[in-house]
Design a binder for this molecule. Structure first.
Ligand SMILES: [Zn+2]
Length: 328
C-alpha cells in the first residue's frame, strides 16, 4: 500500500516539476530569436541547391553544437551531406544545369543518446528548406517561409535544448532538420536510408505551428491519426495540461503523405506530422507574406511545450506506438 501511495505521489508531483522546467527552457524569447534568424530576408527563402540554404544549415548546426548534442554516428559534423545526380533531379521535374551532374544537399542531424535504450530512436524533425525567391508581389520577392517550415525547425532546436537540459531520455533522440522537402522530399529519403527504420519507435515531424489552429490556441492536429495509436499516447501524456492534439481535420488534403513523415511511415515507422495550419484558410501559405509578423509566437511556444509534454512516455520508453503497415 505504501509503495503505491509513494508512486502516486511521485506521479502527481512530476508533471509540476516538468512544467516548471519547461517554462525556463522553452520560452518565447528564444523561440523568437531562432525563428527570426531562419525567416530573415538574408536567408532568401532557404531554397534547396542555393548558398542561402547553406547559411541556414550552418546556423542550425551551430545551435546543435551550442546545445552540446552529438553528431550522427560521431561523424564529427552535424551536416549529413549527400548528392543527387541531374538524372534524379529531372525525374522530379527539376531542371539541372548544363555540365553539372552532381548536386549537393545536407540535412542537419543531431543525437542525444538514450540512458538505457540507445538502439531505440525517437525522431523530432522539421524541414528547413523553403521555396526561395520568386516574382515580386508588392515589391517583396522573398518567400521567407516563417511558418513553412522555419516554425518546425525552430521547434526542433527548442526541443533539443529541452531534452538536453532534462537529461533523462531513456531512448536515443534524433533531431533532424530536413533539406529538399519542398522539391520532392530528398532529405528525408536520404536520411531514411542511413538507419534501420525498425529501430525508430516514433517520429514527431513538425510543420507549420506558427498560426492558431481551427480550434484556437493550445491545440494542434496529428496527420494520419488512425494509422497508429501514437495520437492516443500523446493525448494521454497531455491529459490535464490544457493542450489538445486532434486528428487531422483535413483528410481530403492527404497531409499524412505531404511531408517528410511519409518517407519513414512507408517503412513502417509511426511517423506523424504535428501542425496547427488551417489548410482551408492560411492566406500566407507559400506566399511572399509568410513572415514572422504573421505568427503567434506565444501560441507557437505553447505548442512546442505541448509536443515536449506529449512525447514524455515515448521518450521514457514506457510507451511504444503501434507501427504503420509498411508498403512493399
Ligand atoms: Zn512545409
Amino acid at each position: 500500500m505504501k509503495k503505491i501511495f509513494l508512486l502516486g505521489l511521485l506521479l502527481s508531483t512530476a508533471p509540476f516539476l516538468l512544467a516548471q522546467h519547461i517554462e525556463g527552457v522553452i520560452n518565447v524569447k528564444e523561440v523568437e530569436r531562432i525563428e527570426r534568424i531562419l525567416a530573415a530576408d538574408d536567408m532568401y527563402g532557404r531554397k534547396t541547391f542555393t548558398p542561402d540554404i547553406e547559411k541556414a544549415a550552418d546556423f542550425i548546426a551551430g545551435e546543435f553544437k551550442t546545445i552540446g548534442l552529438q553528431t550522427w554516428h560521431n561523424s564529427g559534423s552535424f551536416r549529413q551531406e549527400f548528392t543527387l545526380s541531374s538524372t534524379e533531379l529531372n525525374k522530379y521535374g527539376i531542371r539541372s544545369m548544363p555540365g553539372i551532374t552532381q548536386y549537393a544537399l545536407a540535412n542537419v542531424v543531431a543525437v542525444l543518446p538514450g540512458k538505457s535504450r540507445q538502439e531505440e530512436y525517437v525522431i523530432f524533425s522539421g524541414h528547413y528548406d523553403h521555396i526561395g525567391i520568386g516574382s515580386p508581389v508588392n515589391g517583396d520577392s522573398i518567400y521567407n517561409g516563417a511558418n513553412d517550415d522555419a516554425a518546425g525547425t525552430t521547434a526542433v532546436i527548442m526541443l533539443a535544448k529541452y531534452f538536453k537540459e532534462l537529461n533523462s531520455n531513456e531512448r536515443t533522440i534524433v533531431f533532424v532538420a530536413f533539406t529538399g522537402e519542398e522539391v520532392g522530399g530528398f532529405g528525408s529519403q536520404y536520411f531514411s536510408r542511413q538507419l534501420n527504420a525498425d529501430k525508430v519507435v516514433a517520429m514527431f515531424n513538425i510543420e507549420m505551428i506558427g498560426t492558431e489552429s481551427k480550434w484556437g490556441k493550445n491545440a494542434a492536429y496529428i496527420t494520419g491519426y488512425d494509422k497508429t495509436d501514437m495520437g492516443d499516447i500523446l493525448g494521454r501524456d497531455l491529459k490535464g495540461s490544457g493542450f489538445t492534439f486532434y486528428p487531422d481535420p483535413y483528410p481530403g488534403q492527404q497531409l499524412f503523405y505531404r511531408s517528410d513523415n511519409a518517407t519513414l511511415a512507408k517503412l513502417g515507422v509511426p511517423a506523424h506530422t504535428i501542425s496547427t495550419s488551417k489548410m482551408d484558410n492560411e492566406p500566407n501559405y507559400h506566399q511572399v507574406t509568410d513572415h514572422i509578423e504573421t505568427l503567434d509566437l506565444d501560441n507557437m511556444t505553447m505548442i512546442i511545450k505541448a509536443i515536449a509534454l506529449s512525447s514524455k512516455s515515448i521518450v521514457a520508453g514506457t510507451a511504444t506506438p503501434t507501427r504503420v503497415k509498411a508498403e512493399k
